[in-house]
Ligand binder design. Structure first.
Ligand code: ZN
Length: 246
């Protein structure tokens, strides 16, 4: 089989905002890349649309929310991310709508990132493995909310107390997309990515996957992607330019 090469993502930026549906989404695809970037002195912030409160079968949502928020904050710390914001949408039933776009636009206007990162929001993970509804709704809303953030007349009611439109986002990057064209070399920060996933101990335990090994799990995709980039390990990303004419 022919190996399709991936291009290295640009690293000439200073601030990224990662917006995903659930605690653990970053860790299943992008934490090692985040560790690389924070190691370069870049600023990265996390924003969770839900608290993943429907994610553990044996734990009711009120208690689960507390556990998963704590695990996410610890997990972020491992890769140099000091701030995790939780938007409080309901886990499992996120809809693509104007309220979600508004909440995302507000985060973008607040953080003022150069790059916004989200998870794969295509129908599948490649092959026949279907993506999850929350991921698809959030990814689509991220792309649109980033555009909204730059327009003074969209969600204009947010522009109080010094909050301004922010049109400085150069691109949205979706990790783990089956249509990835780019990648980040994660060879040197792979261990931090593993530790970041392992911080979701209660969640992983709750999945009930026998003998789940975070390192083994992450190694599979990282090695495959690395081959396409010319590195030992790498993380794949689909790139959505936010300017015109690209
Ligand atoms: Zn998820």
């Amino acid at each position: 089989m022919e190996i399709e090469p991936l291009e290295a993502l640009p690293e000439d930026w200073e601030r990224a905002l990662c917006i995903v549906a659930h605690p653990d989404d970053m860790e299943f695809g992008a934490a090692a890349a985040v560790a690389r970037w924070t190691g370069q002195g870049k600023e990265v912030a996390y924003c969770m649309v839900t608290s993943g409160e429907a994610g553990i079968d044996g734990l009711e949502p009120g208690e689960c929310r507390r556990v998963r928020e704590a695990e996410q904050i610890a997990s972020a710390e491992v890769v140099g991310v000091p701030v995790v914001r939780f938007l409080g949408f309901t886990d499992g039933v996120i809809e693509y709508d104007v309220a979600l776009r508004a909440a995302i636009a507000r985060e973008v206007r607040t953080v003022k990132p150069d790059i916004v990162i989200t998870g794969n929001f295509r129908e599948t993970w490649g092959g026949r493995n279907l993506n999850q509804a929350d991921h698809i709704a959030v990814g689509r809303a991220v792309v649109d909310g980033v555009r909204d953030a730059g327009n003074r007349w969209i969600f204009n009611d947010q522009l109080t107390n010094g909050l301004e439109p922010w049109g400085g986002v150069r691109a949205v990057w979706a990790f783990g997309s089956p249509q990835s064209t780019h990648a980040v070399d994660t060879t040197d920060t792979f261990d931090a990515g593993v530790a970041s996933l392992e911080a979701h101990a209660a969640y992983i335990e709750g999945l009930g996957w026998e003998d789940f090994d975070a390192r083994e799990f992450l190694e599979g995709m990282a090695r495959q992607t690395g081959q396409r980039l010319g590195a030992a390990f790498a993380a794949p990303f689909e790139v959505f330019p936010m300017g015109w004419g690209e």
